[in-house]
Design a binder for this molecule. Structure first.
Ligand code: FNR
Length: 186
């Protein structure tokens, strides 16, 4: 059976560059793998009372169920105020609970950060890395994936243009698969 890699873009914006990078990655899955975009649209804000008082929203349930089925995760994160956008942190928090039932535990991960600017969401990339340590996700260290000038990478249809950045992303995906194979538990 194919290994399933969840692709999570940390933006709700319709024309999000992160969502477009996620779309571009889907057909890069090698044989034996399926890349599945997991949408964060509609995910409510985490409230521990919902878990503690058996009032778990449908959006949490659906997200947790979908994420339980994936074997690894590629995070495509933009940067808000030099950190991880709330929507992505919220997804990490929802998936981490109830305690002992985290959807993230031991799943190999990669972080692809992007920005229209030159710093390429470095701050978000490393803040996300900090959470993945606690969530016990082995996160690919090299290559580091910083994607600059995200606003210049797509054609009018929203597709990732041919060029150096597309090649870099494809190489990063390949490196992630090698990382996954070394770090995934049988
Ligand atoms: C931004 N943006 C931004 N960019 C960046 O490189 N570093 C940052 O710290 C921030 N901070 C920030 C805060 C807020 C609240 C917004 C709305 C935006 C710009 C950001 O990179 C840009 O809006 C991207 O287009 C967001 O990613 P998506 O939605 O295209 O995936």
């Amino acid at each position: 059976m194919d290994k399933v890699i969840g692709i999570l873009a940390g933006s709700l914006r319709k024309e999000s560059f992160s969502k477009k990078i996620a779309q571009a990655i889907v057909p890069m899955a090698p044989e034996g793998y399926r890349f599945q975009i997991v949408s964060l649209d509609g995910l409510e804000v985490y409230n521990q009372d919902f878990d503690d008082h058996n009032q778990v929203p449908e959006s949490y349930k659906a997200f947790r169920e979908e994420m339980q089925k994936v074997d690894g995760v590629i995070f495509i994160t933009p940067e808000y105020n030099r950190s991880v956008p709330g929507v992505l942190k919220n997804a990490l928090d929802i998936g981490s609970r109830p305690a002992g039932k985290s959807v993230w535990d031991k799943k190999p991960a990669a972080i692809f950060s992007n920005s229209p600017g030159n710093i390429s969401a470095f701050g978000a990339n490393h803040h996300l890395r900090q959470s993945l340590v606690f969530l016990n996700m082995p996160a690919m260290q090299q290559p580091e994936v910083y994607i600059a000038k995200a606003n210049e990478l797509f054609d009018d249809s929203g597709a990732l243009k041919e060029g150096e950045t597309k090649k870099f992303i494809a190489e990063a995906v390949e490196a992630y698969i090698a990382w996954f194979e070394k770090n995934a538990e049988a």
